[in-house]
Design a protein around this ligand. Structure first.
Ligand SMILES: Nc1ncnc2c1ncn2[C@@H]1O[C@H](COP(=O)(O)OP(=O)(O)OP(=O)(O)O)[C@@H](O)[C@H]1O
Length: 534
């Protein structure tokens, strides 16, 4: 059956032009010239979508947007006079699906109509099927959590995916802003286009314009070929401006222009290229505050923050911690090709639920990764989590019986004989998350070979017992690493692993033994440090 539309405008010629365009696309349409006529047509008929001017002789098109949205989810797009961006934004906030500027450009109109039809098709598929829709499956498989806040969030995501409005995702670090941005794209009519994420804080300011808008060959030293910018790459899809608060002010002006005009000009190009993109943006910073301090432009903020979606912290949804943990344990097991997905004891689960996750979901995943490397079997107990002990009144009750049952069902014989040492593990693992327990290998040989690559002089004597190795070298002998502590330690770790792999001719089991760690832990570290398997 042909799709149907209601077209509302008081300019007869424009209505005719829109009707011809729709007819060519196989869409039947009625025309209303006033607000009251439009409302009565809408109430008496069943249209698939509506296209309305905002300035009507007897009122505002915004009233029609409200009227339609009160009764249905049907997409309604608005036509705005060129330059009246404020009204377009107000319409989007009220639930309009998209807007198009006057003078009407037919390719843009066609695009808007195609997007509206995709939303309608998706709605029809949802309504006619009793089964779960692919959209629900996608949401539930990628955005884990069934708490009340998450259920509400999922509903909002579905709604936002239908619209073309710019969405600003706020929320603390690690709450899943990028996960949600991808879902909005993948559930939207733009899903066949690209999702282009960009970390605005990671691009050097002198390269920003070229990265965003592209450049022509020869436009500056080093521009040896034409280069497409991120805007062009996202054409037909979604551009996700992550860490948008980190954009320098000069770039904010250029970005605002591109977003408003929907055109970009590559460096060295003489002409503007139209782009059809939806903008999603995010930051964990308080953008409102940055606007007040003058570090973020008010007009850009207003333009990208048409709809704000605030993501809950993990603290606000503790009920989701067990299901998120299961999800990550299965995910890590598959990534690391473990035979059995690791399992949490009840005590470990309770300890996680009691933790204050400042890094939110990302921190939870990191804790579990580390716990798997420390656990050495597929049973993860609270001591493997590397979390500080809780005070007595908040400490989880040890569920000895059920914990033992998990251990019995999962424990390998090696682990059973290891159990006598368990009581000492907690303190050891808390000293450094990646520290190992067994120290039987000859560290002096490896220290000697890696010393040349470091700035820290090695202690002169050979240290092969625990106490000696954990004692600090004489501070007067130490030159601080220029590259910073993290980079230095990683380099050290890398050197030691490579050395051990060389000594064992690439045999990871033997290399792990040599380093006094487990095979699993070694594989984790190799992955983390990007040490090639070959
Ligand atoms: N609800 C969730 N379900 C499954 N995985 C999630 C969820 N929320 C976050 N994650 C995972 O947590 C990690 C961090 O998520 P993401 O990068 O989306 O957070 P963010 O809010 O964008 O963080 P930042 O502000 O630091 O950029 C990712 O590995 C992501 O896959």
């Amino acid at each position: 059956m042909a799709a149907t539309a209601l077209v509302v405008d008081d300019e007869v010629d424009l209505c005719r032009l829109m009707q011809i365009t729709l007819t060519k696309m196989g869409i039947k349409s009625d025309v209303a010239y006033t607000l009251s006529q439009a409302k009565s047509y809408w109430d008496d008929n069943d249209y698939d979508f509506c296209l309305t001017d905002l300035k009507l002789p007897d009122g505002s098109g915004l009233d029609l947007v409200k009227h339609i949205n009160r009764h249905s989810d049907t997409p309604v797009a608005v036509i705005t006079a060129h330059g009246s961006m404020d009204l377009a934004i107000e319409a989007l906030k009220l639930g309009a699906f998209d807007f198009v500027n006057k003078p009407l450009e037919l390719p843009r109109l066609r695009q808007l109509v195609e997007n509206a039809l995709k939303v309608v098709q998706q709605d029809n598929a949802t309504q006619t099927s009793d089964e779960r829709t692919p959209e629900q499956d996608l949401l539930d498989s990628r955005l884990i959590g069934d708490s009340t806040v998450m259920q509400a969030l999922k509903k909002t995501i579905v709604k936002l995916a239908r619209s073309q409005a710019p969405v600003f995702l706020s929320g603390a670090s690690g709450t899943g802003k990028e996960v949600v941005a991808r879902l909005i794209h993948d559930l939207s009519p733009r899903r066949d286009g690209s999702f282009v994420p960009v970390n605005c804080g990671a691009i050097p300011s002198e390269l920003m314009e070229s990265e965003f808008f592209g450049h022509k060959k020869g436009s500056f030293t080093g521009a040896v070929t034409d280069k497409q910018g991120l805007f062009q790459q996202a054409n037909g899809g979604t551009l996700f401006l992550d860490e948008v608060a980190d954009l320098p002010l000069a770039m904010q002006v250029k970005l605002l222009r591109a977003i408003q005009e929907k055109t970009v000009r590559a460096i060295g190009d003489t002409k503007e290229t139209p782009v059809d993109i939806r903008i999603l943006s995010a930051t964990h910073k308080d953008l409102n505050n940055l606007v007040k301090c003058g570090d973020f432009r008010q007009d850009l903020y207003y333009r990208i923050n048409v709809i704000e979606l605030k993501l809950p912290t993990l603290k606000a949804r503790r009920d989701d911690i067990p299901v998120l943990s299961e999800y990550f344990l299965a995910q890590i097991a598959s990534e690391w090709q473990l035979d059995l997905p690791p399992q949490l004891t009840d005590t470990a689960r309770q300890r996680l639920q009691a933790h204050e996750f400042s890094g939110n979901v990302r921190e939870l995943r990191n804790i579990l990764e580390r716990a798997i490397t420390l656990a050495e079997t597929s049973v993860i107990d609270s001591e493997h989590l590397g979390l500080p002990p809780l005070s007595d009144d908040t400490a989880p009750q040890h569920n000895t019986e059920s914990d033992a049952a998990v251990r019995d069902s999962r424990q390998s014989p090696v682990m059973a004989s290891d159990q006598a040492h368990n009581s000492t593990r907690y303190t050891t693992s808390n000293l450094h998350p990646y520290r190992t327990h067994n120290q039987q290998y000859n560290i002096s040989a490896i220290q000697a070979s890696s010393a040349h690559a470091t700035h820290i002089k090695q202690p002169s004597s050979s240290h092969n017992d625990d106490n000696q190795r954990s004692s600090s070298p004489d501070r007067s002998e130490v030159a601080l690493p220029k590259q910073g502590l993290e980079a230095y330690l990683q380099e050290q770790e890398k050197q030691l692993i490579i050395q051990a792999l060389e000594e064992t001719e690439g045999n990871k089991t033997q290399a792990a033994e040599l380093l006094g760690t487990t095979f699993r832990s070694l594989r984790y570290r190799m992955k983390k440090l990007e040490i090639d398997e070959d």
